[in-house]
Design a binder for this molecule. Structure first.
Ligand code: M6R
Length: 614
Protein backbone atom coordinates (compact mmCIF):
# COMPACT_ATOMS: atom_id res chain seq x y z
CA UNK A 1 0.00 0.00 0.00
CA UNK A 2 2.48 2.50 -1.26
CA UNK A 3 2.94 4.59 -4.37
CA UNK A 4 5.64 3.91 -6.93
CA UNK A 5 6.80 6.14 -9.76
CA UNK A 6 9.48 5.76 -12.41
CA UNK A 7 10.70 7.58 -15.48
CA UNK A 8 13.03 6.68 -18.34
CA UNK A 9 13.36 9.04 -21.27
CA UNK A 10 14.87 12.34 -22.33
CA UNK A 11 13.59 14.76 -19.67
CA UNK A 12 14.91 15.43 -16.15
CA UNK A 13 13.55 12.56 -14.09
CA UNK A 14 13.60 14.37 -10.70
CA UNK A 15 10.64 16.77 -11.15
CA UNK A 16 8.57 14.07 -12.85
CA UNK A 17 9.15 11.53 -10.10
CA UNK A 18 8.61 14.06 -7.28
CA UNK A 19 5.37 15.40 -8.77
CA UNK A 20 4.21 11.87 -9.45
CA UNK A 21 4.90 10.87 -5.85
CA UNK A 22 2.92 13.86 -4.63
CA UNK A 23 -0.04 12.69 -6.67
CA UNK A 24 0.32 9.21 -5.22
CA UNK A 25 0.69 10.32 -1.62
CA UNK A 26 -2.89 9.23 -1.04
CA UNK A 27 -1.51 5.68 -1.14
CA UNK A 28 0.79 6.19 1.82
CA UNK A 29 2.75 9.08 3.21
CA UNK A 30 4.94 8.04 6.10
CA UNK A 31 8.22 8.13 4.17
CA UNK A 32 9.49 8.76 0.67
CA UNK A 33 12.56 8.25 -1.47
CA UNK A 34 14.07 8.64 -4.90
CA UNK A 35 16.95 7.13 -6.91
CA UNK A 36 18.31 8.88 -9.99
CA UNK A 37 20.84 7.58 -12.48
CA UNK A 38 23.12 10.37 -13.72
CA UNK A 39 24.71 8.36 -16.54
CA UNK A 40 27.45 7.14 -14.28
CA UNK A 41 26.09 6.21 -10.89
CA UNK A 42 22.93 6.01 -8.83
CA UNK A 43 22.17 8.93 -6.49
CA UNK A 44 19.69 8.07 -3.79
CA UNK A 45 17.89 10.09 -1.16
CA UNK A 46 15.15 8.94 1.22
CA UNK A 47 13.55 10.12 4.38
CA UNK A 48 10.85 9.57 6.93
CA UNK A 49 8.05 12.04 6.24
CA UNK A 50 6.23 13.32 3.19
CA UNK A 51 7.32 13.89 -0.38
CA UNK A 52 7.80 17.57 0.51
CA UNK A 53 10.41 16.49 3.08
CA UNK A 54 12.08 14.35 0.42
CA UNK A 55 12.17 17.29 -1.96
CA UNK A 56 14.18 19.24 0.60
CA UNK A 57 16.40 16.37 1.61
CA UNK A 58 17.19 15.42 -2.00
CA UNK A 59 19.05 18.72 -2.41
CA UNK A 60 22.03 16.93 -0.86
CA UNK A 61 22.41 14.62 -3.89
CA UNK A 62 22.93 15.28 -7.58
CA UNK A 63 19.52 15.64 -9.17
CA UNK A 64 20.75 14.98 -12.66
CA UNK A 65 19.55 12.17 -14.83
CA UNK A 66 16.74 11.15 -17.09
CA UNK A 67 16.17 7.81 -15.36
CA UNK A 68 14.64 7.72 -11.91
CA UNK A 69 12.44 5.75 -9.55
CA UNK A 70 10.62 6.96 -6.46
CA UNK A 71 8.43 5.70 -3.66
CA UNK A 72 5.96 6.99 -1.12
CA UNK A 73 5.42 4.52 1.69
CA UNK A 74 2.77 3.16 4.00
CA UNK A 75 4.81 1.03 6.35
CA UNK A 76 4.16 -2.71 6.57
CA UNK A 77 7.52 -4.26 7.54
CA UNK A 78 9.63 -1.99 9.72
CA UNK A 79 8.73 1.32 11.31
CA UNK A 80 8.65 4.43 9.13
CA UNK A 81 12.21 5.77 9.26
CA UNK A 82 14.91 6.82 6.80
CA UNK A 83 16.50 3.37 6.59
CA UNK A 84 13.28 1.48 5.94
CA UNK A 85 12.20 3.95 3.24
CA UNK A 86 12.49 2.92 -0.38
CA UNK A 87 14.36 2.72 -2.77
CA UNK A 88 16.57 -0.06 -1.43
CA UNK A 89 20.00 -0.92 -2.76
CA UNK A 90 21.25 -4.44 -3.22
CA UNK A 91 24.45 -5.32 -1.37
CA UNK A 92 26.67 -4.56 -4.37
CA UNK A 93 25.03 -1.18 -4.82
CA UNK A 94 24.33 -2.03 -8.46
CA UNK A 95 20.58 -2.61 -8.12
CA UNK A 96 17.88 -0.36 -6.69
CA UNK A 97 14.26 -1.32 -6.16
CA UNK A 98 10.94 0.26 -5.22
CA UNK A 99 8.12 -2.01 -4.09
CA UNK A 100 4.44 -1.76 -3.24
CA UNK A 101 3.15 -4.90 -1.54
CA UNK A 102 4.32 -7.54 0.90
CA UNK A 103 6.72 -10.44 0.47
CA UNK A 104 5.29 -12.97 2.91
CA UNK A 105 8.18 -15.45 2.89
CA UNK A 106 10.87 -12.79 3.21
CA UNK A 107 12.11 -14.12 6.56
CA UNK A 108 13.08 -17.51 5.10
CA UNK A 109 14.74 -15.89 2.07
CA UNK A 110 16.58 -13.45 4.34
CA UNK A 111 17.99 -16.30 6.43
CA UNK A 112 19.23 -18.07 3.31
CA UNK A 113 20.79 -14.90 1.91
CA UNK A 114 22.39 -14.12 5.27
CA UNK A 115 24.06 -17.54 5.18
CA UNK A 116 25.46 -16.58 1.81
CA UNK A 117 26.99 -13.43 3.26
CA UNK A 118 24.34 -10.81 2.52
CA UNK A 119 23.82 -8.08 5.11
CA UNK A 120 20.65 -6.10 5.59
CA UNK A 121 20.40 -2.53 6.75
CA UNK A 122 16.63 -2.26 6.98
CA UNK A 123 13.82 -4.34 8.46
CA UNK A 124 12.00 -4.49 5.15
CA UNK A 125 10.91 -7.36 2.96
CA UNK A 126 11.87 -5.22 -0.04
CA UNK A 127 15.56 -5.15 0.76
CA UNK A 128 15.40 -8.96 0.87
CA UNK A 129 13.81 -9.05 -2.57
CA UNK A 130 16.41 -6.82 -4.24
CA UNK A 131 19.18 -8.97 -2.80
CA UNK A 132 17.45 -12.13 -3.94
CA UNK A 133 17.41 -10.67 -7.45
CA UNK A 134 21.09 -9.84 -7.13
CA UNK A 135 21.88 -13.36 -5.92
CA UNK A 136 19.97 -14.93 -8.83
CA UNK A 137 21.69 -12.62 -11.28
CA UNK A 138 25.07 -13.72 -9.94
CA UNK A 139 24.52 -17.43 -9.47
CA UNK A 140 22.55 -17.98 -12.67
CA UNK A 141 24.70 -15.55 -14.63
CA UNK A 142 21.68 -13.87 -16.19
CA UNK A 143 20.67 -10.31 -17.03
CA UNK A 144 18.37 -8.22 -14.87
CA UNK A 145 15.06 -9.16 -16.57
CA UNK A 146 15.66 -12.90 -16.27
CA UNK A 147 16.92 -12.53 -12.69
CA UNK A 148 13.73 -10.69 -11.71
CA UNK A 149 11.61 -13.39 -13.32
CA UNK A 150 13.43 -16.22 -11.54
CA UNK A 151 13.46 -14.41 -8.19
CA UNK A 152 9.76 -13.61 -8.32
CA UNK A 153 9.00 -17.29 -8.76
CA UNK A 154 10.55 -17.83 -5.35
CA UNK A 155 8.53 -15.26 -3.48
CA UNK A 156 5.08 -15.50 -1.96
CA UNK A 157 3.10 -12.32 -1.58
CA UNK A 158 2.09 -9.26 -3.51
CA UNK A 159 4.13 -6.74 -5.39
CA UNK A 160 4.40 -3.99 -7.90
CA UNK A 161 8.11 -3.39 -8.33
CA UNK A 162 10.49 -1.37 -10.44
CA UNK A 163 14.16 -2.37 -10.50
CA UNK A 164 17.12 -0.55 -12.01
CA UNK A 165 20.57 -2.00 -12.57
CA UNK A 166 23.65 0.15 -13.30
CA UNK A 167 24.88 -2.68 -15.51
CA UNK A 168 21.79 -2.25 -17.75
CA UNK A 169 21.47 1.53 -17.64
CA UNK A 170 19.01 1.85 -20.51
CA UNK A 171 16.18 -0.11 -18.89
CA UNK A 172 13.89 -0.47 -15.91
CA UNK A 173 12.29 -3.82 -15.13
CA UNK A 174 8.81 -3.81 -13.61
CA UNK A 175 6.54 -6.61 -12.41
CA UNK A 176 3.14 -6.99 -10.83
CA UNK A 177 1.18 -9.38 -8.66
CA UNK A 178 -1.68 -8.10 -6.56
CA UNK A 179 -0.60 -4.43 -6.50
CA UNK A 180 -1.33 -2.12 -9.43
CA UNK A 181 1.20 -0.98 -12.00
CA UNK A 182 0.63 1.24 -15.02
CA UNK A 183 3.13 2.13 -17.72
CA UNK A 184 2.63 5.41 -19.58
CA UNK A 185 3.91 5.33 -23.13
CA UNK A 186 5.23 8.63 -24.42
CA UNK A 187 7.34 9.63 -27.34
CA UNK A 188 10.56 7.73 -26.75
CA UNK A 189 9.94 7.91 -23.01
CA UNK A 190 8.14 5.75 -20.47
CA UNK A 191 6.48 6.44 -17.15
CA UNK A 192 5.83 3.91 -14.43
CA UNK A 193 3.30 4.45 -11.66
CA UNK A 194 0.79 2.85 -9.32
CA UNK A 195 -1.93 4.68 -11.22
CA UNK A 196 -1.97 6.95 -14.24
CA UNK A 197 -2.13 10.26 -12.35
CA UNK A 198 1.66 10.87 -12.30
CA UNK A 199 1.92 10.88 -16.08
CA UNK A 200 -1.38 12.18 -17.30
CA UNK A 201 0.04 15.48 -18.59
CA UNK A 202 2.60 13.60 -20.68
CA UNK A 203 0.61 10.84 -22.32
CA UNK A 204 -2.86 9.34 -22.64
CA UNK A 205 -1.57 5.93 -23.61
CA UNK A 206 -1.02 3.39 -20.89
CA UNK A 207 -0.52 -0.30 -20.37
CA UNK A 208 -1.80 -1.81 -17.13
CA UNK A 209 0.15 -4.92 -16.22
CA UNK A 210 -1.94 -7.94 -15.35
CA UNK A 211 -1.10 -10.07 -12.33
CA UNK A 212 2.00 -12.19 -12.85
CA UNK A 213 3.23 -10.07 -15.72
CA UNK A 214 6.51 -8.22 -15.95
CA UNK A 215 7.93 -5.78 -18.46
CA UNK A 216 11.34 -4.75 -19.58
CA UNK A 217 11.12 -1.07 -20.36
CA UNK A 218 14.03 -0.13 -22.55
CA UNK A 219 14.80 3.25 -24.08
CA UNK A 220 14.26 3.37 -27.81
CA UNK A 221 12.48 0.00 -27.83
CA UNK A 222 8.91 -1.23 -27.56
CA UNK A 223 7.82 -2.56 -24.20
CA UNK A 224 8.41 -6.29 -23.83
CA UNK A 225 5.89 -8.06 -21.63
CA UNK A 226 6.50 -11.52 -20.19
CA UNK A 227 4.67 -13.92 -17.90
CA UNK A 228 6.50 -14.27 -14.63
CA UNK A 229 5.60 -17.93 -14.23
CA UNK A 230 7.12 -19.35 -17.40
CA UNK A 231 8.82 -16.38 -19.09
CA UNK A 232 6.49 -16.69 -22.07
CA UNK A 233 5.65 -13.61 -24.12
CA UNK A 234 2.59 -11.55 -23.18
CA UNK A 235 1.12 -8.84 -25.35
CA UNK A 236 0.60 -5.29 -24.09
CA UNK A 237 -2.91 -3.88 -24.32
CA UNK A 238 -2.58 -0.13 -24.77
CA UNK A 239 -5.48 1.82 -23.24
CA UNK A 240 -6.42 5.38 -24.02
CA UNK A 241 -6.90 7.24 -20.73
CA UNK A 242 -9.84 9.55 -20.14
CA UNK A 243 -8.49 11.32 -17.03
CA UNK A 244 -7.49 14.97 -17.26
CA UNK A 245 -5.07 17.03 -15.20
CA UNK A 246 -7.70 19.34 -13.72
CA UNK A 247 -9.43 16.38 -12.13
CA UNK A 248 -6.41 15.52 -10.05
CA UNK A 249 -5.59 19.03 -8.82
CA UNK A 250 -7.23 20.95 -5.98
CA UNK A 251 -8.85 23.55 -8.23
CA UNK A 252 -8.81 26.39 -5.68
CA UNK A 253 -10.10 24.34 -2.72
CA UNK A 254 -8.03 24.11 0.46
CA UNK A 255 -8.26 20.34 0.48
CA UNK A 256 -9.09 17.54 -1.92
CA UNK A 257 -11.78 16.36 0.47
CA UNK A 258 -13.67 19.65 0.25
CA UNK A 259 -13.27 19.71 -3.51
CA UNK A 260 -14.60 16.18 -3.72
CA UNK A 261 -17.57 16.96 -1.46
CA UNK A 262 -18.46 19.84 -3.78
CA UNK A 263 -17.99 17.70 -6.86
CA UNK A 264 -20.84 15.41 -5.87
CA UNK A 265 -23.60 17.01 -7.95
CA UNK A 266 -21.41 16.62 -11.02
CA UNK A 267 -20.18 13.17 -10.04
CA UNK A 268 -23.69 11.81 -9.49
CA UNK A 269 -24.80 13.24 -12.82
CA UNK A 270 -21.79 11.72 -14.58
CA UNK A 271 -22.60 8.41 -12.94
CA UNK A 272 -26.15 8.26 -14.24
CA UNK A 273 -25.45 10.00 -17.56
CA UNK A 274 -26.42 7.70 -20.44
CA UNK A 275 -27.87 5.17 -18.00
CA UNK A 276 -30.84 7.03 -16.58
CA UNK A 277 -33.21 8.05 -19.36
CA UNK A 278 -36.04 9.41 -17.23
CA UNK A 279 -37.99 10.93 -20.13
CA UNK A 280 -38.11 7.54 -21.85
CA UNK A 281 -38.76 5.66 -18.63
CA UNK A 282 -35.58 3.62 -19.04
CA UNK A 283 -32.49 2.56 -17.14
CA UNK A 284 -29.78 1.21 -19.41
CA UNK A 285 -26.79 -0.58 -17.95
CA UNK A 286 -24.99 -2.93 -20.26
CA UNK A 287 -23.48 -4.97 -17.42
CA UNK A 288 -26.98 -5.70 -16.14
CA UNK A 289 -28.67 -6.21 -19.52
CA UNK A 290 -26.07 -8.77 -20.57
CA UNK A 291 -26.47 -10.70 -17.33
CA UNK A 292 -30.11 -10.12 -16.57
CA UNK A 293 -30.92 -13.82 -16.15
CA UNK A 294 -28.18 -14.23 -13.56
CA UNK A 295 -29.57 -11.40 -11.44
CA UNK A 296 -33.22 -12.33 -11.81
CA UNK A 297 -32.67 -15.99 -11.05
CA UNK A 298 -30.23 -15.35 -8.22
CA UNK A 299 -31.02 -16.99 -4.90
CA UNK A 300 -29.54 -13.95 -3.25
CA UNK A 301 -27.10 -11.13 -3.75
CA UNK A 302 -24.04 -11.05 -1.54
CA UNK A 303 -22.36 -7.66 -1.27
CA UNK A 304 -18.73 -7.52 -0.18
CA UNK A 305 -16.78 -4.36 0.53
CA UNK A 306 -14.78 -2.52 3.18
CA UNK A 307 -15.11 0.82 4.95
CA UNK A 308 -17.22 3.43 3.22
CA UNK A 309 -17.90 1.07 0.33
CA UNK A 310 -19.34 -1.38 2.86
CA UNK A 311 -21.66 1.38 4.06
CA UNK A 312 -22.78 1.92 0.46
CA UNK A 313 -23.40 -1.83 0.38
CA UNK A 314 -25.64 -1.55 3.44
CA UNK A 315 -27.68 1.17 1.73
CA UNK A 316 -27.88 -1.13 -1.30
CA UNK A 317 -29.29 -3.91 0.88
CA UNK A 318 -32.26 -1.71 1.67
CA UNK A 319 -32.62 -0.63 -1.97
CA UNK A 320 -32.39 -4.10 -3.55
CA UNK A 321 -34.72 -5.72 -1.04
CA UNK A 322 -37.17 -2.84 -1.02
CA UNK A 323 -37.32 -2.16 -4.75
CA UNK A 324 -36.23 -5.34 -6.52
CA UNK A 325 -37.29 -7.84 -3.83
CA UNK A 326 -34.04 -9.80 -4.07
CA UNK A 327 -32.59 -11.06 -0.78
CA UNK A 328 -29.28 -9.40 0.04
CA UNK A 329 -26.48 -10.09 2.50
CA UNK A 330 -23.79 -7.52 3.10
CA UNK A 331 -20.42 -8.73 4.30
CA UNK A 332 -17.15 -7.19 5.34
CA UNK A 333 -14.86 -8.62 2.67
CA UNK A 334 -12.24 -9.37 5.31
CA UNK A 335 -14.65 -11.55 7.33
CA UNK A 336 -16.40 -13.16 4.39
CA UNK A 337 -13.26 -14.61 2.89
CA UNK A 338 -12.10 -16.27 6.09
CA UNK A 339 -15.30 -17.82 7.36
CA UNK A 340 -15.87 -20.58 4.83
CA UNK A 341 -19.07 -18.98 3.49
CA UNK A 342 -21.72 -20.99 1.72
CA UNK A 343 -21.63 -19.77 -1.89
CA UNK A 344 -23.29 -21.44 -4.86
CA UNK A 345 -23.55 -20.80 -8.57
CA UNK A 346 -27.01 -19.35 -7.91
CA UNK A 347 -25.48 -16.48 -5.96
CA UNK A 348 -24.54 -13.12 -7.37
CA UNK A 349 -21.73 -11.35 -5.58
CA UNK A 350 -21.43 -7.59 -5.90
CA UNK A 351 -18.04 -6.18 -4.92
CA UNK A 352 -17.95 -2.46 -4.21
CA UNK A 353 -14.65 -0.60 -4.17
CA UNK A 354 -13.64 2.93 -5.02
CA UNK A 355 -10.01 2.06 -5.69
CA UNK A 356 -10.69 -1.37 -7.13
CA UNK A 357 -7.52 -2.50 -5.35
CA UNK A 358 -8.66 -3.36 -1.81
CA UNK A 359 -6.93 -6.66 -1.03
CA UNK A 360 -9.71 -8.18 1.08
CA UNK A 361 -12.38 -7.35 -1.48
CA UNK A 362 -10.23 -8.79 -4.23
CA UNK A 363 -9.70 -11.99 -2.26
CA UNK A 364 -13.47 -12.29 -1.60
CA UNK A 365 -14.08 -12.01 -5.34
CA UNK A 366 -11.60 -14.77 -6.10
CA UNK A 367 -13.21 -17.01 -3.51
CA UNK A 368 -16.72 -16.41 -4.88
CA UNK A 369 -15.54 -17.07 -8.42
CA UNK A 370 -13.95 -20.34 -7.38
CA UNK A 371 -17.31 -21.41 -5.92
CA UNK A 372 -19.09 -20.58 -9.16
CA UNK A 373 -20.87 -17.35 -8.20
CA UNK A 374 -21.36 -14.62 -10.77
CA UNK A 375 -19.31 -11.62 -9.68
CA UNK A 376 -20.23 -8.02 -10.48
CA UNK A 377 -17.97 -5.07 -9.65
CA UNK A 378 -18.87 -1.50 -8.74
CA UNK A 379 -15.58 0.39 -8.96
CA UNK A 380 -14.44 3.93 -9.56
CA UNK A 381 -10.92 3.39 -10.86
CA UNK A 382 -11.03 2.30 -14.47
CA UNK A 383 -8.86 -0.71 -15.24
CA UNK A 384 -8.30 -1.46 -11.54
CA UNK A 385 -7.69 -5.00 -10.36
CA UNK A 386 -11.27 -5.53 -9.14
CA UNK A 387 -12.69 -4.10 -12.37
CA UNK A 388 -10.64 -6.63 -14.27
CA UNK A 389 -11.22 -9.58 -11.95
CA UNK A 390 -15.03 -9.40 -11.96
CA UNK A 391 -17.29 -11.08 -14.56
CA UNK A 392 -19.07 -7.82 -15.30
CA UNK A 393 -19.53 -4.47 -13.66
CA UNK A 394 -20.56 -0.85 -13.68
CA UNK A 395 -18.16 1.99 -13.06
CA UNK A 396 -19.06 4.94 -10.89
CA UNK A 397 -17.92 8.01 -12.75
CA UNK A 398 -16.84 9.99 -9.71
CA UNK A 399 -13.47 10.96 -11.18
CA UNK A 400 -10.27 10.54 -9.18
CA UNK A 401 -10.87 10.62 -5.43
CA UNK A 402 -7.65 11.79 -3.80
CA UNK A 403 -8.74 12.61 -0.23
CA UNK A 404 -8.31 9.52 1.91
CA UNK A 405 -11.80 10.01 3.32
CA UNK A 406 -14.29 8.75 0.76
CA UNK A 407 -17.04 11.21 -0.11
CA UNK A 408 -18.05 11.28 -3.75
CA UNK A 409 -17.22 7.59 -4.03
CA UNK A 410 -19.99 6.86 -1.51
CA UNK A 411 -22.73 8.86 -3.22
CA UNK A 412 -21.81 7.63 -6.70
CA UNK A 413 -21.74 4.02 -5.49
CA UNK A 414 -25.26 4.50 -4.12
CA UNK A 415 -26.26 6.04 -7.45
CA UNK A 416 -25.03 3.02 -9.42
CA UNK A 417 -26.59 0.55 -6.99
CA UNK A 418 -29.91 2.43 -7.13
CA UNK A 419 -29.89 2.29 -10.93
CA UNK A 420 -29.19 -1.43 -10.77
CA UNK A 421 -32.00 -2.05 -8.29
CA UNK A 422 -34.41 0.00 -10.38
CA UNK A 423 -33.52 -1.86 -13.56
CA UNK A 424 -33.97 -5.22 -11.84
CA UNK A 425 -37.21 -4.14 -10.17
CA UNK A 426 -38.55 -3.22 -13.60
CA UNK A 427 -37.41 -6.50 -15.14
CA UNK A 428 -39.05 -8.45 -12.33
CA UNK A 429 -42.26 -6.47 -12.63
CA UNK A 430 -42.08 -5.21 -9.06
CA UNK A 431 -43.15 -1.69 -10.03
CA UNK A 432 -46.05 -0.07 -11.76
CA UNK A 433 -44.98 2.10 -14.70
CA UNK A 434 -46.04 5.21 -12.76
CA UNK A 435 -44.02 4.35 -9.70
CA UNK A 436 -41.02 3.43 -11.82
CA UNK A 437 -41.11 6.72 -13.66
CA UNK A 438 -41.50 8.58 -10.37
CA UNK A 439 -38.23 7.04 -9.16
CA UNK A 440 -36.39 7.86 -12.36
CA UNK A 441 -37.57 11.45 -12.39
CA UNK A 442 -36.69 11.92 -8.74
CA UNK A 443 -33.22 10.41 -9.18
CA UNK A 444 -32.60 12.97 -11.89
CA UNK A 445 -33.29 15.80 -9.42
CA UNK A 446 -30.72 14.54 -6.90
CA UNK A 447 -27.70 16.55 -8.20
CA UNK A 448 -29.59 19.83 -7.75
CA UNK A 449 -30.77 18.70 -4.31
CA UNK A 450 -27.20 17.86 -3.34
CA UNK A 451 -26.27 21.38 -4.46
CA UNK A 452 -29.00 22.74 -2.19
CA UNK A 453 -27.70 20.63 0.70
CA UNK A 454 -24.22 22.07 0.16
CA UNK A 455 -25.66 25.54 0.77
CA UNK A 456 -25.73 24.72 4.50
CA UNK A 457 -21.95 24.84 4.57
CA UNK A 458 -21.73 28.15 6.49
CA UNK A 459 -24.20 26.94 9.13
CA UNK A 460 -22.33 23.64 9.39
CA UNK A 461 -19.08 25.50 10.01
CA UNK A 462 -20.72 27.28 12.96
CA UNK A 463 -21.98 23.97 14.35
CA UNK A 464 -18.56 22.40 13.84
CA UNK A 465 -17.02 25.14 15.95
CA UNK A 466 -19.36 24.26 18.84
CA UNK A 467 -18.47 20.54 18.82
CA UNK A 468 -14.87 20.55 17.62
CA UNK A 469 -13.49 19.76 21.09
CA UNK A 470 -15.80 16.84 21.79
CA UNK A 471 -14.15 13.58 22.71
CA UNK A 472 -17.05 11.29 21.75
CA UNK A 473 -19.99 11.55 19.38
CA UNK A 474 -22.96 9.38 18.52
CA UNK A 475 -24.61 9.13 15.12
CA UNK A 476 -28.11 7.74 14.83
CA UNK A 477 -30.31 6.88 11.88
CA UNK A 478 -32.95 4.37 10.91
CA UNK A 479 -33.76 2.39 7.81
CA UNK A 480 -31.98 3.78 4.77
CA UNK A 481 -30.24 6.26 7.03
CA UNK A 482 -28.76 3.79 9.47
CA UNK A 483 -25.77 3.20 7.12
CA UNK A 484 -25.49 6.98 6.76
CA UNK A 485 -25.08 7.20 10.55
CA UNK A 486 -22.26 4.65 10.34
CA UNK A 487 -20.68 6.59 7.51
CA UNK A 488 -20.98 9.90 9.40
CA UNK A 489 -19.20 8.37 12.40
CA UNK A 490 -16.46 6.87 10.21
CA UNK A 491 -15.85 10.22 8.50
CA UNK A 492 -15.48 11.99 11.83
CA UNK A 493 -13.15 9.48 13.42
CA UNK A 494 -10.88 8.98 10.46
CA UNK A 495 -10.10 12.64 9.83
CA UNK A 496 -10.57 14.37 13.20
CA UNK A 497 -9.56 11.48 15.51
CA UNK A 498 -12.66 12.04 17.66
CA UNK A 499 -14.19 8.79 18.83
CA UNK A 500 -17.57 8.35 17.15
CA UNK A 501 -20.05 5.50 16.80
CA UNK A 502 -23.04 5.03 14.56
CA UNK A 503 -26.13 3.08 15.63
CA UNK A 504 -29.59 2.31 14.37
CA UNK A 505 -31.55 4.92 16.37
CA UNK A 506 -33.75 2.33 18.06
CA UNK A 507 -30.74 0.37 19.31
CA UNK A 508 -29.78 3.28 21.50
CA UNK A 509 -31.97 2.10 24.34
CA UNK A 510 -30.18 -1.26 24.35
CA UNK A 511 -26.95 0.20 25.67
CA UNK A 512 -25.56 3.38 24.11
CA UNK A 513 -28.12 5.56 25.89
CA UNK A 514 -26.03 5.06 29.02
CA UNK A 515 -23.38 7.28 27.42
CA UNK A 516 -25.64 10.26 27.04
CA UNK A 517 -25.07 13.30 29.21
CA UNK A 518 -24.70 17.02 28.58
CA UNK A 519 -21.27 16.46 27.00
CA UNK A 520 -22.40 14.02 24.33
CA UNK A 521 -23.25 15.40 20.88
CA UNK A 522 -25.70 13.14 19.07
CA UNK A 523 -26.08 13.58 15.32
CA UNK A 524 -29.51 12.28 14.36
CA UNK A 525 -30.83 11.78 10.86
CA UNK A 526 -34.51 12.61 11.18
CA UNK A 527 -35.83 13.15 7.69
CA UNK A 528 -39.59 13.13 7.17
CA UNK A 529 -39.73 9.92 5.19
CA UNK A 530 -38.38 6.96 7.06
CA UNK A 531 -39.62 6.18 10.58
CA UNK A 532 -39.85 9.87 11.34
CA UNK A 533 -42.09 9.61 14.40
CA UNK A 534 -39.95 6.87 15.89
CA UNK A 535 -36.80 8.92 15.42
CA UNK A 536 -38.52 11.92 17.01
CA UNK A 537 -39.19 9.72 20.06
CA UNK A 538 -35.49 8.81 20.14
CA UNK A 539 -34.63 12.51 20.04
CA UNK A 540 -36.95 13.08 23.02
CA UNK A 541 -35.11 10.33 24.89
CA UNK A 542 -31.75 11.99 24.21
CA UNK A 543 -33.08 15.40 25.17
CA UNK A 544 -34.41 14.21 28.48
CA UNK A 545 -30.90 12.96 29.29
CA UNK A 546 -29.42 16.36 28.34
CA UNK A 547 -27.59 15.11 25.25
CA UNK A 548 -26.82 17.71 22.58
CA UNK A 549 -28.88 17.08 19.45
CA UNK A 550 -27.77 18.01 15.98
CA UNK A 551 -30.49 16.85 13.60
CA UNK A 552 -30.49 16.44 9.84
CA UNK A 553 -34.07 17.18 8.87
CA UNK A 554 -36.27 17.65 5.82
CA UNK A 555 -36.68 21.26 4.68
CA UNK A 556 -39.41 23.02 6.64
CA UNK A 557 -39.46 20.60 9.57
CA UNK A 558 -40.66 22.40 12.69
CA UNK A 559 -41.18 19.53 15.12
CA UNK A 560 -37.52 18.52 15.39
CA UNK A 561 -36.40 22.16 15.27
CA UNK A 562 -38.23 22.66 18.58
CA UNK A 563 -36.38 19.76 20.18
CA UNK A 564 -32.89 19.89 18.72
CA UNK A 565 -29.97 22.16 19.58
CA UNK A 566 -29.18 22.57 15.88
CA UNK A 567 -30.93 21.50 12.71
CA UNK A 568 -29.52 21.19 9.23
CA UNK A 569 -32.04 20.94 6.43
CA UNK A 570 -31.88 18.83 3.30
CA UNK A 571 -34.46 18.88 0.48
CA UNK A 572 -37.28 16.35 0.46
CA UNK A 573 -36.90 13.27 -1.71
CA UNK A 574 -38.02 9.64 -1.88
CA UNK A 575 -37.01 7.69 1.19
CA UNK A 576 -34.63 5.40 -0.72
CA UNK A 577 -32.77 8.41 -2.10
CA UNK A 578 -32.37 10.25 1.21
CA UNK A 579 -28.86 8.85 1.90
CA UNK A 580 -27.64 10.80 -1.14
CA UNK A 581 -28.63 14.00 0.65
CA UNK A 582 -28.29 13.29 4.38
CA UNK A 583 -24.68 12.24 3.99
CA UNK A 584 -23.66 15.68 2.66
CA UNK A 585 -23.95 17.68 5.92
CA UNK A 586 -22.20 14.89 7.81
CA UNK A 587 -19.27 15.01 5.38
CA UNK A 588 -19.03 18.79 5.76
CA UNK A 589 -19.26 18.58 9.56
CA UNK A 590 -16.38 16.12 9.75
CA UNK A 591 -14.37 18.21 7.32
CA UNK A 592 -14.75 21.46 9.28
CA UNK A 593 -14.17 19.82 12.66
CA UNK A 594 -10.97 18.22 11.36
CA UNK A 595 -9.73 21.50 9.88
CA UNK A 596 -10.49 23.34 13.15
CA UNK A 597 -8.55 20.70 15.09
CA UNK A 598 -5.57 21.21 12.81
CA UNK A 599 -5.70 17.68 11.40
CA UNK A 600 -4.34 16.68 8.04
CA UNK A 601 -7.69 16.23 6.34
CA UNK A 602 -6.52 14.68 3.09
CA UNK A 603 -3.93 12.42 4.64
CA UNK A 604 -5.10 11.34 8.08
CA UNK A 605 -2.61 9.59 10.31
CA UNK A 606 -2.06 5.84 9.91
CA UNK A 607 -4.32 5.60 6.87
CA UNK A 608 -3.88 5.22 3.14
CA UNK A 609 -6.34 5.57 0.32
CA UNK A 610 -5.87 2.19 -1.15
CA UNK A 611 -5.58 -0.74 1.26
CA UNK A 612 -3.71 -3.39 -0.68
CA UNK A 613 -2.65 -5.35 2.39
CA UNK A 614 -4.87 -7.90 4.10
O1 M6R B 1 -11.18 1.57 -2.34
P1 M6R B 1 -12.23 0.93 -1.48
O2 M6R B 1 -13.56 1.53 -1.67
O3 M6R B 1 -12.25 -0.56 -1.61
O4 M6R B 1 -11.75 1.25 0.00
C1 M6R B 1 -12.43 0.74 1.11
C2 M6R B 1 -12.04 1.46 2.36
O5 M6R B 1 -10.66 1.31 2.60
C3 M6R B 1 -12.37 2.94 2.31
O6 M6R B 1 -13.71 3.15 2.04
C4 M6R B 1 -12.01 3.62 3.65
O7 M6R B 1 -12.83 3.15 4.66
C5 M6R B 1 -12.11 5.14 3.52
N1 M6R B 1 -10.97 5.76 4.10
C6 M6R B 1 -13.28 5.71 4.20
O8 M6R B 1 -13.37 7.08 4.06
Amino acid sequence: MCGIVGYIGHRDAFPIVIKGLQRLEYRGYDSAGIALYDGNKINLSKTKGKVEDLKNKAKEISLEGSIGIGHTRWATHGVPNDVNSHPHYSNSGNLVIIHNGIIENYEAIKQELTKRGYVFKSDTDTEVLVNLIEEVKKTEDVKLGKAVQIALNQVVGAYAIAVFDVEKPDEIVVAKLGSPLAIGIGNNEFFIASDASPFIEFTNNAVYLEDEEMAIIRLGKEIKLRKIKDDSVAYPRILELQMNLEEIEKGGYDHFMLKEIYEQPRAIKDTYRGRLLADQGLVKMSGIEQNMEKFINANRIIIVACGTSWHAGLVAEYIFEDLARIPVEVEYASEFRYRNPVITDKDVLIAISQSGETADTLAAIKLAKEKGAFVFGVCNVVGSSIARETDAGAYTHAGPEIGVASTKAFTTQITVLTLMALRLAKAKGEFSETKYREYLTELETIPSKVEKSLESNALIEIIADVYKDSTNCLYLGRGYNFPVALEGALKLKEISYIHAEGYPAAEMKHGPIALIDEHMPVFVIATKKGHYEKVVSNIQEIKSRKGKIIAIVTEGDEQVRDLADHVIEVPETLESLTPLLTTIPLQLLSYHIAVMRGCNVDQPRNLAKSVTVE
